[in-house]
Design a protein around this ligand. Structure first.
Ligand SMILES: [Zn+2]
Ligand SMILES: [Zn+2]
Length: 505
């Protein structure tokens, strides 16, 4: 059996796959649903009730004084090295606040020191966040889920992309110097070049991935770096900065470029790009066999911009290894959200995913980061806190004031963060327009005016966002299958072509 690695634009593809006249071997489709059914058939009896993570929370319910490990989750800083104070915030481009946009005399159009709603983030704001982390948060772990360079895709180049990750890494090392923190980064879709593009057919040859690996030498161990350099994903034992292992726990950094609908290289990566999912399955099987656990970190949520075939297989793995995976940490949307993973077989709530809000203000967001308290034994989130600063206020006052927006337990009256409770929260938000409008406003850390309404369709969209983890599952939840296909035919046709996995034998 050989994976097919030529593009659907090749003559060979049509000749072999569609007309089947120019080769003695035949190309066969590998259907995601079939593969997942096979995988789920191997689920141990002990987890067939799909209640493992709920039971973990139940087992520690009411126990006070259990040790906690505090983590920071930072995502989407989108550092703009060319940000210029006093430049125009209302330019005709997607992103402003640079010298070439000019310097308007009207004060309301001038970029201020701590950022602007139409722009990416100046260095001062990133450093200010890190200083606050040092003085007020004092975490032991630091998860960083990517998108480090600015949004000027029309002018950016490979050097800028590599520079941004290196620069933020240096800011972290400088501002958090002397702290006992372990760092676990993964790149985003803006941290490859061109944006969204990564070829998975050859390992160790992506110059940006190699540059990130170099930058992250202070963070990742040698095995993790060697693995990372192959295709941009890795796993590493979870350790405190003094080298103490946190139980048998691994951080698994997933590269969701392998399913990004805008990654055109997937046209020729016709079978498990980079063998990423096969590798992930092996990692989780090893942990299962040794009674271990995993924290998943990645950039792109698999719910919208991730092709169905890969997303469904990924969901299958989350289902099969629900007894190993403790939480998924994501970025990319710039909005803060929480979500449950549900079992493919019976829709039970089997896991929790958290999307941190962006550090960048782009677009019209207050900068934020999150603090997650983990149970030190089971590494399940015990509570999640959101910190932000009011952008307008910071620019008027001359300095940011970081405040807590909320913590999930008290704000949403949750007993704990178990999947069933997050599902229940989603149903409450769907049932209440007051909760839904507040949630929408909180997603963007209360930037601007609070939304005045969220009708039944809006609340269904929120509910489905919080309770599905895969593109097709989400569309079915919203009843949007046909209408969305008609809305964006080119993208959907492309999805069809890059979605399938093919083998020759
Ligand atoms: Zn992104
Ligand atoms: Zn982003």
């Amino acid at each position: 059996m050989n994976a097919v690695t030529y593009s659907f634009l090749d003559k060979q593809y049509f000749c072999e796959h569609y007309f089947q006249i120019c080769s003695s071997t035949k190309i066969h489709k590998v259907i995601a649903e079939d593969q997942v059914a096979e995988l789920l058939a191997t689920k141990p009896v002990s987890i067939q009730d799909n209640n493992y993570v709920n039971n973990l929370y139940e087992s520690i319910k009411g126990q006070t004084g259990r040790p906690i490990i505090r983590a920071v989750h930072m995502t989407d800083p989108h550092y703009d090295r060319y940000y210029k104070e006093s430049s125009d915030i209302n330019c005709n481009l997607d992103m402003c606040c640079r010298h070439e946009n000019g310097y308007p005399t009207e004060e309301s159009r001038q970029a201020k020191k701590w950022g602007a709603r139409t722009c990416d983030l100046p260095e001062a704001s990133i450093r200010n966040m890190l200083q606050f982390v040092k003085t007020d948060i004092q975490p032991k772990l630091f998860f960083w889920t990517g998108d480090n360079c600015a949004h000027d895709e029309w002018s950016i180049n490979a050097i800028d992309v590599a520079y941004s990750t290196k620069k933020i890494t240096n800011m972290i090392l400088e501002e958090l110097d002397g702290m006992d923190i372990s760092y676990y980064p993964i790149q985003g879709n803006h941290d490859v070049w061109p944006v969204n593009m990564q070829d998975f057919t050859r390992s160790n040859e992506n110059e940006i991935i190699n540059a990130h690996a170099k930058a992250w030498e202070p963070f990742l161990d040698r095995d993790a770096l060697n693995q990372y350099k192959k295709y941009g994903f890795y796993s590493m034992p979870l350790k405190l900065s003094d080298g103490t292992l946190v139980g048998n726990t691994k951080v698994i950094g997933i590269n969701t470029q392998a399913c990004n609908t805008l990654n055109f290289f997937l046209m020729k990566n016709k079978y498990d790009p980079g063998n990423h999912l096969a590798w992930l399955e092996k990692e989780l099987a090893k942990l299962e066999n040794s009674g271990g656990q995993a924290i998943i970190i990645t950039h792109l949520p698999t719910i919208k911009e991730c092709i169905h075939g890969w997303g469904h297989r990924f969901r299958g793995i989350l289902d099969r290894y629900q007894n190993v995976i403790r939480v998924g940490l994501y970025g990319h949307t710039h909005k803060e959200d929480i979500q449950v993973t549900r079992s493919i077989t019976d829709n039970k709530n089997i896991g929790v995913n958290f999307f941190a809000g962006s550090l960048t203000t782009f677009k019209s967001k207050n900068p934020s980061f999150n603090v997650i308290d983990f149970d030190a034994e089971y590494m399940i989130p015990i509570n999640i806190y959101t910190y932000y600063f009011d952008l307008e206020l910071a620019n008027t006052a001359g300095t940011p004031t970081w405040v807590q927006l909320h913590d999930y337990l008290s704000y949403y009256s949750l007993d704990d963060m178990r999947p069933d409770n997050i599902y229940d929260l989603a149903t409450r938000i769907q049932a209440s327009e007051t909760m839904a409008t507040q949630y929408l406003w909180d997603e963007i850390r209360r930037y601007g005016a609070k939304p005045s309404s969220c009708n039944a369709a809006c609340r269904l969209r929120l509910f489905c966002y919080m309770t599905t983890t895969e593109t097709l599952q989400n569309k079915l939840c919203r009843g949007a299958l046909v209408s969305e296909f008609a809305e964006d035919i080119p993208l959907n046709v492309l999805n069809y072509w890059i979605d399938e996995w093919l083998v020759k034998f």
